[in-house]
Design a protein around this ligand. Structure first.
Ligand code: F6P
Length: 328
């Protein structure tokens, strides 16, 4: 029989994403609903090592569901990657009578949680929080939907200037290893081309495709480039290549950067965070551990952390085809 849970901790780790606060709120309120204690851990695993804990009751999370970022702050901890660091963290948790931990973060954060469980048999549960949507076992990570809306808004604005000046814009969006953001915003923003790490288009095909667009009567173009795309060293090299190899283009580059991670979470992310927080806490109370809570076919379900870490989140091939057809 697993030990009955009377007190849980929640932390946010890795890159922040909109919806993390809504998830914290949900974890805290689900604990209050089931009459168990909850503490917030500041600065992710750094705060866990240092015992930077704060008791949280239902009222302590008022007014945060609509806020971007994370009130608990986030960090990428080097010390937690060492056994000494994890031992300190375990001592802090035991010293504070904490029986389980909810980790809101990405695959790096989940890897830490899984190792921690394997070493100390401490119950852990993951909630996927990253704008990249690069986690296996969920159709949506927290913050992905908000980031899509933020980026589409930016593309719409850039399009105004692109069409006023007959320009070609390369717009870089986040996505270190995957093209989920690029593919979706490319379709929604009416891009001519979408360059993603999963598909190596190559510079020649890019040039070909731009020529085709021009011949078909387009006077301005938008190309969405995922940060992790492998064509050229970076987005500026793409501009240089077009400048050198294509006549009559007025090319500009726009790197959207960290503005994509900020802002108020969308309705979808708030609801998703609330659902995931409930499931995470109730699963721990039922004695489950080493799982990630995810959205699968619109149901909130558990995936073993190991699978969530090792599995590949695949690009939707139908979206690729739609984007090709739309850029005709
Ligand atoms: O993982 C989310 C992400 O936004 C990536 O898309 C990006 O490469 C990275 O974080 C940037 O991280 P940092 O905040 O450390 O610059």
């Amino acid at each position: 029989m697993p030990k009955a849970i009377k007190k849980l901790a929640v932390l946010t780790s890795g890159g922040d994403s909109p919806g993390m606060n809504a998830a914290i709120r949900s974890v805290v309120r689900t604990c209050a609903y089931h009459d168990i204690e909850c503490v917030g851990v500041y600065r992710g695993y750094e705060g866990l090592i240092e015992g930077d804990f704060k008791p949280m009751d239902a009222r302590s999370v008022k007014g945060i569901i609509n806020k971007g970022g994370t009130i608990l702050k986030s960090a990428r901890s080097k010390e937690f990657r060492t056994i000494e660091g994890r031992q300190k963290a375990f001592k802090q948790l035991i010293g504070a009578n904490i029986d389980g931990l909810v980790v809101v973060g990405g695959d790096g954060s989940f890897t830490g949680a899984l190792i921690f469980n394997q070493e100390f048999d401490f119950p852990v549960m993951g909630i996927p929080g990253t704008i990249d949507n690069d986690i296996y076992g969920t159709s949506h990570t927290l913050g992905f939907d908000t980031a899509l809306n933020t980026v589409v808004d930016a593309i719409d604005k850039i399009r105004d200037t692109a069409s006023s000046h007959n320009r070609l814009f390369f717009i870089e969006v986040m996505g270190r290893d995957v093209g989920h953001i690029a593919l979706n915003v490319g379709i929604a923003g009416g891009a001519e081309e979408i360059l993603i790490p999963e598909e190596d288009l190559g510079l020649d095909r890019l040039v070909e495709s731009l020529n085709r667009s021009r011949k078909s009567g387009k006077t301005s173009s938008i190309v969405i480039v995922a940060e992790g795309d492998k064509i050229g060293k970076n987005i500026f090299e793409l501009k240089d290549y077009v400048d050198e190899n294509m006549e009559g283009y007025d090319v500009r580059v726009s790197v959207l950067g960290h503005m994509q991670r900020g802002g108020a979470p969308s309705c979808f992310d708030r609801v998703l965070a609330s659902r995931m927080g409930v499931k995470a806490v109730e699963s721990l109370l039922e004695g489950e551990t080493n799982y990630m809570v995810g959205l699968l076919n619109n149901n909130v379900e558990l995936t073993p952390l190991e699978k969530a870490i090792k599995g590949k989140s695949k690009i939707n091939l139908e979206l690729l085809r739609v984007s090709d057809i739309m850029s005709t």
